[in-house]
Design a protein around this ligand. Structure first.
Ligand code: ADP
Length: 420
């Protein structure tokens, strides 16, 4: 009967529904409310993301947090990286027992004034959480977010699990109103799909990209402390501009960072006079702008509108050619980035093979992305010099399909198969 309690058969409005389902619903509502209440007094919730593990995401998260605290901000770090919650190690908090005041968990606090909660505090073994099943992970994260007494914070810096798969997506959906994301990458990962995937991850969640940090870019000589560009650098800036997101800067590889991190000494604080520490301070300026009291967010770096892409694909016998320098033709696809749709397609025949010629020629043809099978690092550099984004390791399939997958962010790239 309509309107009746299905357990008691009572149709009175005042009768409480005590079914297990409704008890669970009530618990969920209460938990959600608790989570919203605790997060509502945090001004800026910032996700730190990376397309891959090992690029220095946690190192950057820890140093960003400490740099903000050094500017007088109230800062918390929430380390929810299941794949190695390393914040306790980086901040000398390993083995820290977290107190519960009967109402909520009390975060650990650094002498630099940063409050810290890490999954690592609750694990016997750092690897434990990796084997948890999805729902268990999400329940733990939910609890960590809802049951921590952060108090008022200007910033909560969240060290996310790496990647852009279901796991970080589910975690992100648990955090209402994230204010922005910082994406960490390395020069080696710039030309892969990783950064693009992280950017579209943020777009899916409607979270603004505050910017991209190119970590491990150049090397600080331990003798003379100058930054040496051992690999080609500067690609991050170009890539960010092509993707229409702000570039926050380069952090070089510095053996002192490893030493400071291993000893649990936040680098920006203990080595504040170094160029690398200054690079971190420069990188947090857009974050500081978020806390601008005028509330005028127009001054923030905004994602630039990216209206048009021209994708070039080398083709031989109807499929993507793994040797782009010897392909029969190039298929060009014009994409309207607003709609994500291909608007025109054309096929052009390249000039006779000559090393180093194609990047300039494709630039002349208006291409700003090339999707290839294999490509040597020199050629990649030449394309980057022309402002052309390079994606390598794409499979030998019909170019239309390649573009379709690329636009859906599901193009699987394999190892770069260049043999010269
Ligand atoms: P992720 O969180 O992306 O897995 P981590 O922050 O744990 O990466 O860093 C991985 C390793 O790289 C650590 O040993 C860390 O000390 C080191 N590292 C990170 N950034 C730098 C850098 N700029 N210079 C030197 N070592 C770095």
């Amino acid at each position: 009967m309509e309107g009746k309690n299905k357990d008691t058969g009572c149709s009175s409005k005042g009768c409480h529904d005590k079914s297990p389902d409704s008890a669970q619903k009530l618990r969920d509502i209460t938990e959600d409310q608790a989570l919203k209440n605790r997060l509502s007094i945090i001004k800026h919730k910032i996700m730190v993301l990376s397309g891959k593990g090992g690029v220095g995401k946690s190192t950057v998260a820890a140093n960003i947090a400490v740099a903000l605290a050094m500017e007088g901000k109230k800062v918390g770090i929430l380390d929810i990286d299941f794949h190695g919650p390393s914040i306790p190690t980086l901040l000398n908090l390993e083995g820290r027992q977290i107190q519960h005041d009967g109402e909520a968990l009390i975060p650990a606090e650094l002498s630099e004034g940063v409050k810290v909660i890490s999954l690592g505090f609750f694990l016997k073994d750092r690897e434990d959480a990796v084997i948890w099943r999805g729902p268990m992970k999400m329940n733990v994260i939910k609890q960590l977010i809802a049951e921590v007494k952060w108090g008022e914070l200007d910033y909560l810096i969240m060290d996310f699990p790496p990647g852009t798969g279901d796991e970080p997506l589910s975690v992100a959906q648990l955090i209402p109103d994230s204010n922005g994301a910082v994406i960490v990458t390395t020069p080696q990962n710039l030309s892969t799909l990783d950064v693009r995937k992280s950017i579209s991850f943020c777009r899916k969640l409607n979270v603004p990209v505050i910017g991209v940090i190119e970590n491990m870019s150049g090397f600080v000589c331990p003798e003379c402390h100058t930054v040496l560009d051992i690999f080609k650098t500067g690609g991050g800036e170009k890539m960010a501009s092509e993707m229409g997101v702000p570039f926050l800067g380069r952090i070089p590889l510095d053996p002192l960072i490893v030493e400071a991190s291993d000893n649990g000494n936040p680098f920006v604080y203990h080595y504040s006079k170094t160029e690398v520490a200054k690079a971190f301070v420069k990188a947090i300026q857009p974050l500081l702008a978020l806390d601008d009291d005028t509330g005028d967010h127009e001054s923030l770096p905004k994602e630039k509108a990216m209206n048009h892409k021209r994708i070039a694909i080398p083709v031989t016998q109807g499929v993507l050619s793994s040797h782009f320098g010897h392909c029969e033709v190039f298929a060009l696809f014009d994409v309207d980035c607003e709609t994500g749709k291909v608007v025109t397609t054309e096929t052009i025949t390249p000039p006779p093979h000559e090393p180093g010629l194609l990047p300039g020629w494709l630039k002349e043809k208006g291409a700003n992305v090339i999707i290839a099978g294999g490509m040597g690092s020199r050629a990649q550099g030449l394309f980057a010099d022309q402002g052309i984004e390079v994606i390598v390791g794409a499979p030998e399939m019909e170019p239309q399909r390649v573009v379709e997958l690329y636009l859906q962010d599901t193009l699987e790239t394999r190892e770069n198969r260049c043999d010269h």
